[in-house]
Design a protein around this ligand. Structure first.
Ligand SMILES: Cc1cc2nc3c(=O)[nH]c(=O)nc-3n(C[C@H](O)[C@H](O)[C@H](O)COP(=O)(O)OP(=O)(O)OC[C@H]3O[C@@H](n4cnc5c(N)ncnc54)[C@H](O)[C@@H]3O)c2cc1C
Length: 362
């Protein structure tokens, strides 16, 4: 999100410095790896409008960056989700494709997945590649004048009359940087960094542990997929809905959503919780006939989740805040960048659902 904000602001000729505590391509936060679902499965008007804009902006980034960032494999949502009809109608209203398929038709197309009821197929969905997208955003931002600084840790943020003052550790050297404003997109570290400075919705940081399963059926085609559990004993050991996708060269990723252990981002184990992983393997054994449920590699990553799972996109004095992406933010990255730039330049506002002072989220 910080890289996207730097790209959007530099594209408007603003004087931008991007600070990151770790090295390029680090795996300590939420934006590493080569796949994230561009799952269009939303019905809320603000999210649907952002989806349509995201499709355009990812196209623009691919064109400007000269790299494919979104593999359009389509996405299928299935299971006992009462919102599938609303999602189809909302997407069609926004010019995005969505159609229902029978379980039999879906199984014929995607024999690696087991379906037991109607399936919502969204052909405009697919997989984004974070390990390619972040360098493109930063390269384009730098090309438009932004200063990209890795291995610089912000130790303190102070609000002053004329803006902000940041005390940073740059490779053991302390510096004090001043700016008219700071866009803070510190992910899992947001509450730590801004705790006393801004009253924010509660942000819960969890260590999530999807896994890549080895492909058993080499010829099978794979869309992105989201599966909502039904009622009854068959679903008793599910932790949450399941999401998944094919990661080229690594297998089929599948994961529980937002149920990992609550962690301090600076004190993580990076190791999976065994009971959840065993349940995920049982899921794969039952619902993913195209994979070998006993051959897997775990992935470790952080979610920063709000109570209502809506983002925080807001401005508090000279601080512009982007946080709480609740395990669903990557698809919206360039739009979040645009909204944060609007907030920073005063050229626009964010939808009310993202307000930091909204009720019921503390
Ligand atoms: C397992 C998993 C699966 C997901 N699947 C999907 C999906 O299918 N589709 C989807 O749309 N989204 C998905 N997401 C969500 C998406 O990846 C996140 O919403 C998004 O990456 C969040 O980006 P961010 O910039 O907020 O966080 P980060 O990328 O973590 O950025 C925060 C950065 O701030 C830096 N930082 C923090 N404090 C400081 C400091 N004091 N000084 C300097 N730098 C600092 C950190 O080092 C970090 O690099 C998934 C997330 C996970 C974990």
């Amino acid at each position: 999100m910080g890289s996207a904000a730097a790209w959007a602001l530099a594209s408007r000729g603003r004087d931008v410095t991007l600070l990151e505590q770790f090295s390029p391509g680090h795996r300590n936060g939420a934006s590493h790896g080569t796949t994230r679902n561009f799952n269009p499965g939303y019905a809320g008007p603000d999210y649907v409008a952002m989806l349509a804009e995201a499709v355009r902006l990812w196209d623009e980034l691919e064109a400007d960056g000269g790299e494919r960032l979104l593999a359009r494999t389509g996405v299928v949502n299935h299971g006992t989700d009462p919102h599938l009809g609303d999602i189809r109608n909302a997407l069609r209203g926004a010019g995005l494709r969505a159609e229902f398929l029978t379980a039999a038709d879906a199984a014929e197309r995607w024999r690696g997945i087991r379906f037991d009821q109607e399936v919502l197929y969204m052909p405009d969905g697919g997989q984004l590649n974070p390990d390619a997208a972040l360098p493109v955003l930063q390269r384009l931002a730098a090309g438009r004048g932004a200063d990209i600084r890795h291995r610089v840790t912000v130790l303190d943020v102070a609000v002053a009359d004329d803006g902000v003052r940041l005390t940073v550790d740059a490779g053991g050297r302390t510096e004090v940087l001043t700016a008219r404003q700071a866009v803070v997109t510190a992910g899992a570290w947001t509450a730590k960094l801004l705790g006393g400075l801004a009253s924010l919705p509660r942000l819960t940081v969890t260590q999530e542990q999807p896994a890549h399963f080895a492909i058993r059926d080499e010829g099978a085609l794979w869309p992105g997929f989201n599966h909502v559990p039904g009622q009854g004993p068959e679903f008793a050991d599910w932790y949450s809905p399941v999401y998944g996708m094919q990661t080229p060269g690594e297998g089929i990723k599948a994961g529980w959503h937002g149920v990992g252990p609550v962690v301090d981002p600076d004190r993580r184990s990076f190791t999976p919780e065994p009971a959840q992983m065993a349940a995920l393997q049982r899921y794969a054994r039952t619902w993913l006939p195209g994979v070998d449920a006993d051959s897997l590699t775990d992935v470790s990553c952080t979610y920063t989740t709000t109570v209502d799972e809506n983002f925080v996109l807001d401005r508090i004095g000279p601080l512009v805040i982007g946080a709480g992406f609740s395990g669903q933010g990557f698809k919206f990255t360039p739009v979040v960048g645009r909204i944060l730039a609007d907030l920073a330049t005063g050229e626009g506002t964010a939808p009310a659902i993202f307000s930091a002072s909204r009720p019921g989220v503390r």
